[in-house]
Ligand binder design. Sequence first.
Ligand code: ADP
Ligand code: F6P
Length: 317
Amino acid sequence: MKIGILTSGGDSPGMNNAIAAIVKAGIANGIEVYGIYNGYKGMVEGKIKKLELSDILGIVDKGGTILRTARLPEFKEVAVRQKAIEQLKAFGIEAVVVIGGDGSYMGAMKLSEMGINCIGLPGTIDNDIACTDYTIGFDTCQNTILDAIKYLKDTAASHCRCIICECMGNKCGDLTLFCGIGTDADFILTPDHPVSFDNVVEGVRAKFEKDPDTYSIILLSEKYVNAEELKDRINNEVGCPTRICVLGHIQRGGSPTSFDRILSSRMGVKAVELLLEGKGGRCIGIKNNKIVDFDIYEALAMQRITDPDTARLADIL
Ligand code: ADP
Ligand code: F6P
């Protein structure tokens, strides 16, 4: 059996651990494992190379993805996918493990419909995939954000300032919510935990009125509300000097945490097991600490909600 692996969409720490697990489990079971470089773009271009154990040496400690990643909007076109399938056939590759977010899962679903058995692994910092409690990279990213906010607090406290920190997550507020709770932020604004600007302004005013030597940290989800608008309101209505920090792509890097290493290794091995059983069109998740798999159509139709008990903490703490 010959299988391919690709990483697609935004990179996330732990992708390399999934790759290593698939290569090791594959080779141990007599499977030839091929790396498809630069996501679906490399699949279309035939950027494909057989992976040996030597290729995965030391990669478990590294963030990013050794297979590199890319976005190829044209993969939505059937003719482009047909070209990709021809490339796979030229290498004798019958099945592909796709590590990425829900966009990448759409590509995997469509390839499965066209006869290539695909298994999806949730590789994204965003934690925005409904069929899994956690995605690969979410934990590492949280730790990166926690560190960054620790630094922001030093400077906010020194200047008695308010700092608005914008976190990634695409349309999902989990990174902002979890890190807001973990850093004891004054306000957490996410799609699942909305707070009006009026309430934020009043809260910051009350805090500085009580103690002018204090500081305030506010966490916002990207693509949700306008940080500049909130900054101007706090500056003008409270008179407290306010700054915005967009954490940006630093959130995607770094050596994976232990949690992400184990998660991605368990998922990688499960992918190989499913392929050995002849299964495709599946995607893998973790639910209640058990590795599970779902039909990829059903998974994509599931509604993603932030755990309400965790969201409630943002009001209590
Ligand atoms: P993520 O996988 O992190 O959600 P994207 O949404 O950017 O990232 O998707 C990654 C890639 O998956 C896209 O660049 C494209 O190649 C492929 N893809 C996304 N949506 C579709 C779709 N509807 N059909 C086929 N391929 C898709
Ligand atoms: O999906 C991962 C992610 O980092 C999102 O959190 C963010 O919105 C997006 O990718 C950024 O994409 P790019 O790397 O193309 O700027």
